[in-house]
Write a protein that binds this ligand. Structure first.
Ligand SMILES: [Zn+2]
Length: 86
């Protein structure tokens, strides 16, 4: 069970909870989530995700690129921390 499934089970069992997404001004969203979802309608709680094959492939490519950039950034940080001498 991943985090999203865990939260959905909690929401279905105990009723609607707070969205708690990060708002633009920094505070956590206090709106209740849509039933069976983890976010309120303002933060994508009603979204069904990509529906077409092209849309799914586009999301997959974007996620691969994001993880690749993340790993490269993480690797570069570890290399730079190794070169620091005290
Ligand atoms: Zn929200």
């Amino acid at each position: 069970m991943n985090f999203r499934q865990f939260v959905r089970n909690i929401n279905n069992k105990y009723g609607p909870t707070l969205c708690r997404a990060r708002c633009r001004d920094g505070h956590l969203c206090k709106r209740t989530v849509a039933l069976g979802r983890i976010r309120c309608p303002n933060h994508g709680g009603l979204s069904t995700g990509p529906n077409t094959y092209e849309g799914i492939q586009r999301i997959k490519a974007a996620n691969r690129k994001r993880w690749k950039d993340y790993r490269e950034a993480k690797a570069s940080v570890s290399v730079s921390s190794d070169t620091v001498t005290f």
